[in-house]
Design a protein. Structure first.
Length: 240
């Protein structure tokens, strides 16, 4: 553990450095700067940035265990720190993770994080995938995904990842097929991902399945899965 960062003044000084880089380089990308305090306590997000940025630009890999020990010093009882991962994909900080197999993490220890830059956002930061105002505009939606399928990543006009001999054509995919297409309910999907789906699933903005849209999909599952689903719903709705 970096003992210098147990001192309140050193934490405040390091966070000031992070904030200065943020203002100069990262705010324009929509990267989110966490508050240093919540009430009288340091926030976990701020502590994570302070710890990972120490010594910048010569930062080091930090294990999740070490980061957890550090944060638990200020937040006793902390057992599973997720801030390193969330600060990258959700808030835009260029933090790579060996567990996520980010580019550049090949030689990092298992289950560790490293802050790469305070001048560039995390490459896969999804802030640009914001709600598109105005009338429905699929061209703008595709542009927000860099003209790639939200689910498999195939790029429009190039060979697909699923069917390598097929040129990728992006279609308007429902995030939730129980609702009409709109700027807020559309993701671009290649033909393979969109048509194979058969309106069974609900997707999030990253093209990941997050819920069932058509309950009949359960009938295509094994008897064991059907029984487990039945028991879960029976308990949830307190059925006789």
């Amino acid at each position: 553990m970096i003992r210098e960062l147990l001192d309140v003044k050193n934490i405040q000084s390091q966070f000031k450095i992070v904030s200065q880089y943020y203002t100069k380089y990262l705010s324009k990308f929509g990267v989110q700067l966490p508050a240093l305090y919540r009430g009288s306590s340091f926030t976990k997000n701020a502590l994570t940035l302070v710890y990972l940025s120490y010594g910048y630009p010569k930062t080091k890999s930090v294990s999740k265990q070490e980061l957890t020990q550090y944060i638990s010093h200020f937040h006793p009882g902390t057992v599973d720190v997720q801030q390193g991962r969330h600060l990258a994909a959700q808030s835009g900080w260029y933090i790579i993770s060996s567990r996520r197999n980010d580019y550049g993490s090949d030689n990092m220890p298992a289950n560790s994080y490293k802050l790469v830059s305070l001048e560039e956002p995390y490459p896969d930061f999804t802030h640009e995938r914001r709600t598109i105002s105005g009338s429905y505009n699929f061209i703008a939606i595709k542009a927000n995904y860099k003209n790639r399928c939200a689910t498999c990543g195939s790029k429009e006009g190039e060979r697909g990842y699923v069917w390598g001999n097929v040129k990728t054509i992006l279609q308007q995919g429902h995030m939730d097929p129980t609702k009409p297409l709109s700027n807020e309910n559309t993701i671009p999907q290649c033909v393979s991902c969109n048509q194979a789906d058969r309106n069974r699933w609900v997707y999030d903005k990253k093209g990941r399945v997050v819920a069932v849209a058509n309950p009949e999909v359960i009938l295509a599952s094994s008897a064991d899965v059907q029984r487990k689903a039945y028991l879960l719903l029976k308990e949830k709705f307190d059925l006789e």
